[in-house]
Design a protein around this ligand. Structure first.
Ligand code: C2E
Ligand code: CA
Ligand code: CA
Length: 561
């Protein structure tokens, strides 16, 4: 436990009461004044008794005898009361100290708890300042503790926390504070020479190394890593111009810890001003995504996919767009990773797919619809069922749907992807391997996984005009596609020059800004109408109604926002 004496916290409410009782001299006063009175009245009474015994005079008067007897009774009463009070105060002091100790410490690890670390830190800051020292606040979070709890049970989790606390306490210098802030989060507060920040860096590194050393007890053996954020009481970097106290230090260290975790875990990071604004932006984005899904702010845009040999339109790739009332137009490369992280990707994606299927029902039935799927969704064992449900609800033929998965999905979970791809293909859905050339898919994977198409990453196609290497790469991918009997799509075609070069390399499908930017459903419908490539009129009417019913509430929320 911390070296700070926790039994005397002057701020505690019981403390003043106890102090008052401690100094209660009323009972003692009664006893003392009774003794004084006894001295005053007892003298004449005693001398009267002595005189009577010697036959020299009368004994003490009735009144004097009563006064002496009353005096003796008062002395006994006062003294006993004072004695009882002393015992009572001592007992209460012990009980209150014990209760306070329970309220201020974490029962499992014996560290300070979240409530008590604040006042103790403020006291330490003041103490250190008086000695010309600064105070560092270290926030320590175990990275994979939840996994231990889930897989090995809470008793093992508790033992692990106790062991972590023990290791942390053994590493901090004397007079430091160690607290458990809740769950798997600990804090240390240490005073240090402000010219010697390295000492705190060393301590942080030692805590990370110490806590993440292997642990073994009972049947359990394992390891947890640690992310650590830290800040100092005298630093330039601070949240605002207000005073630096325990609360601000904790907040800054928490932000730094979050960044350390985000930066790859098992590391320590000092707080910097920019972290705070980043965090606020990020949390506003998260809330915006949460609200935006229900307000239909996420809409599908469509990019044409062309048969490069015949120039014919073959279908569209759906690309998500966010019309945020707060952030404006936001691209998928910004909001998809956040939606993945906060567990909303499936909900978001399903809403987009449902809209896209409804839109595509209005197109010429020969046109296909490609959708992008996140690796997180591929790990969902219900993914195939969810897609089928959406297809059935939209009455959309599975053979018009193409699902694009990126190469990065493959090394995550090859067996899982294999089962999923097979089950989707059995329904008639086709699967394309997106961004090919940027990941690490091996020839073996290409052979094992039953893909229907390879999409060459746009970075190679876009740089083809000036970079001979890109052309060689595309040539190689084209040969690979031929070998595996996989048709190829080239994405990112921006110029006639690139188009001409591609034509020499083989027969591809292609897409890119040369054929226009991705467009919203309404413009796609207009374009298809002009080309007479809409679905037969009854189907089209139904689609128009669907689109109109979807646009109305979205427009309303945009106006009111
Ligand atoms: P992607 O699947 O590789 O999509 C192609 C991206 O390249 C799109 O960017 C598209 O607008 C852009 N692009 C197309 N042609 C050209 C061109 O000629 N030149 C240039 N410079 N760019 C071109 P976007 O829409 O920003 O999408 C980025 C990525 O976001 C997509 O890459 C895809 O991986 C992901 N994404 C988009 N929508 C969704 C979605 O609904 N779900 C998931 N999971 N991911 C999505
Ligand atoms: Ca794609
Ligand atoms: Ca791509």
């Amino acid at each position: 436990m911390s070296d700070i004496d926790q039994s005397t916290t002057p701020a505690a409410p019981g403390y003043t009461r106890l102090k008052r009782a401690d100094r209660d001299i009323v009972a003692l006063g009664i006893a003392v004044s009774a003794i004084l009175m006894f001295v005053g009245t007892g003298g004449p009474a005693l001398s009267a008794i002595v005189r009577e015994a010697a036959g020299l005079g009368l004994g003490p008067s009735q009144l004097l005898s009563n006064a002496v007897l009353l005096n003796v009774a008062l002395i006994i009463f006062g003294w006993r009361r004072y004695h009882e009070l002393t015992i009572e105060v001592a007992t209460r002091r012990r009980t209150e100290a014990y209760v306070r100790l329970l309220a201020e410490t974490d029962a499992l690890t014996g560290c300070l708890n979240r409530r008590s670390v604040g006042p103790a830190t403020d006291a330490l800051i003041a103490d250190a300042k008086a000695r010309g020292e600064a105070t560092a606040f270290l926030m320590i979070d175990l990275d994979n503790f939840k996994l231990v709890n889930d897989c090995h049970g809470h008793a093992t989790g508790d033992q692990l926390l106790v062991e972590c606390a023990r290791r942390i306490k053994s590493l901090v210098p004397p007079r430091s504070l160690v607290a458990r802030l809740g769950g798997d989060e600990f804090a240390c507060v240490v005073a240090f020479d402000p010219r010697n920040r390295e000492r705190v860096d060393h301590l942080a590194a030692a805590i990370i190394a110490g806590v993440s050393a292997p642990v073994a007890f009972g049947e359990f053996s394992g390891q947890v890593t640690v992310s650590l954020g830290l800040t100092r009481s005298d630093g330039q970097n601070r949240l605002n111009s207000g005073p630096i106290n325990a609360a601000t230090l904790l907040h800054m260290a928490d932000i730094a810890m979050y960044q350390a975790k985000k930066g790859g875990r098992n590391r320590h990071l000092w707080f910097e001003d920019t972290m705070e604004s980043e965090l606020r932006y990020r949390s506003e984005m998260e809330n915006g995504i949460r609200d935006g899904i229900s307000r239909n702010e996420f809409v599908p845009y469509y990019e044409q996919q062309i048969d490069l040999t015949s120039g014919e339109l073959m279908g569209f790739e759906m690309l998500a767009r966010w019309h945020s009332p707060k952030f404006g137009a936001v691209g998928p490369e910004v909001f998809i990773p956040i939606a993945e992280e906060i567990g909303l990707i499936s909900e978001l994606s399903e809403s987009l797919i449902a809209q896209a299927l409804a839109d595509a029902r209005g197109w010429d039935p020969k046109l296909t619809l490609s959708i992008n799927i996140s690796p997180v969704q591929l790990r969902d064992p219900w993914f195939a069922q969810k897609i089928l449900k959406l297809l059935v609800a939209a009455n959309f033929p599975p053979n018009r749907l193409d699902i694009e998965v990126t190469e990065t999905c493959l090394h995550d979970n090859l067996a899982g992807v294999h089962a999923l791809v097979t089950s989707l293909k059995n329904q008639g859905i086709t699967i394309s391997l997106d961004d090919f050339g940027t990941g690490y898919s091996s020839l073996a994977q290409l052979r094992t996984l039953p893909f229907d198409r390879l999409k060459i990453d746009r970075s190679f196609v876009m740089s083809m005009a000036e970079d001979a290497d890109s052309e060689t790469i595309i040539q190689t991918i084209a040969a690979l596609g031929k070998g595996f009997n996989l048709p190829i799509t080239a994405e990112g075609i921006e110029s006639e020059e690139v188009l001409a070069k591609l034509a020499k390399l083989g027969q591809f499908k292609g897409q890119g800004y040369l054929y226009g930017r991705p467009q919203p459903a309404s413009l796609v419908t207009e374009m298809l109408e002009a080309r007479q490539r809409l679905a037969p009129s009854e189907a089209l009417e139904a689609v128009r109604e669907l689109v109109a019913s979807r646009i109305a509430p979205a427009a309303k929320t945009q106006r009111s926002a």
